[in-house]
Design a protein. Structure first.
Length: 261
């Protein structure tokens, strides 16, 4: 396996912002399809009288290209087929997520990346949960998820030099104090779980019964959970319909060194 292309991301919309209908788009914004209307409404609040059109780009498809064991071969294949891609760029979050590819809807990605294997959305989520990468409103619920606890500082998702944004002062102060007691971490269950068997926010406990955090999202045997760092090396479990399900947590290799605080 040289690389995997995940195709079912086509439902994720983009927005086209341009001066006129004839002009090529100069800003593309990827968002969770569940909040498409909310994002459009929010952006239009700041449009005021500017001649900017905000509309979903339903003629485009989004692909995630995740490298396999022979990542060098993937890079070579991408270079050969890059001319057929509208946008081909490294995923800005972390190298383990590979590349983001934007094509016209219906494009044959196997021609763009001949060495690829076409996967599905479940494969994609399994990969990012295994790596501890949150994405979308399910993993990062609005009004609940905090940037630093969600590791956004490690994923190029928060700036400590620009302003202003809601929560900037609290985020900057927490960062510079260096005390973050809870973080989103990848977790692995002792056995694959039935689909949608764990409600979001289910409490996770230590073997002695202490609260260790909350389950956020997952599928199969992998997921992500907001855990207290003091308990991540202990045996953990959660209750599902009265049964205890064991799980383990780990610190991802892509995290900066000495960043487990």
């Amino acid at each position: 396996l040289r690389g995997v292309c995940f195709s079912d991301l086509v439902g994720v919309p983009f927005f086209r912002l341009h001066e006129s209908a004839a002009e090529e788009p100069h800003i593309l914004l990827e968002c969770d399809s569940d909040v498409l209307e909310a994002v459009q409404k929010h952006l239009r609040l700041y449009k005021i009288r500017r001649k900017v059109d905000i509309a979903p780009c339903l003629d485009l498809s989004l692909w995630a290209v995740v490298p396999g064991e022979r990542a060098g071969d993937v890079a070579g294949s991408l270079a050969q087929g890059a001319g057929q891609a509208l946008i081909l760029t490294p995923d800005p979050r972390t190298e383990v997520m590979g590349w983001r590819l934007v094509t016209k809807k219906g494009a044959d990605v196997s021609e763009i990346i001949p060495a690829s294997h076409i996967g599905n959305i479940e494969d994609y989520h399994r990969h990012r949960y295994k790596q501890g990468i949150p994405e979308g409103v399910k993993d990062l619920p609005p009004g609940v998820a905090l940037p630093l606890e969600s590791n956004l500082a490690y994923l190029n998702g928060v700036s400590f030099t620009k302003g202003c944004y809601i929560g900037q002062e609290l985020t900057a102060r927490t960062h510079h104090m260096g005390v973050i007691r809870k973080r989103l971490l990848p977790v692995q269950f002792s056995a694959p779980l039935p689909k949608d068997s764990i409600p979001e926010g289910t409490e996770i406990f230590t073997e002695s019964g202490k609260s260790a955090g909350k389950f956020r999202a997952g599928g199969g045997e992998f997921g992500i959970a907001l855990l207290r760092l003091a308990h991540i090396n202990e045996p953990l479990c959660l209750n599902i319909a009265g049964d205890k399900v064991k799980l383990t947590a780990n610190i991802p290799e892509w995290w900066p060194k000495n960043s487990s605080k």
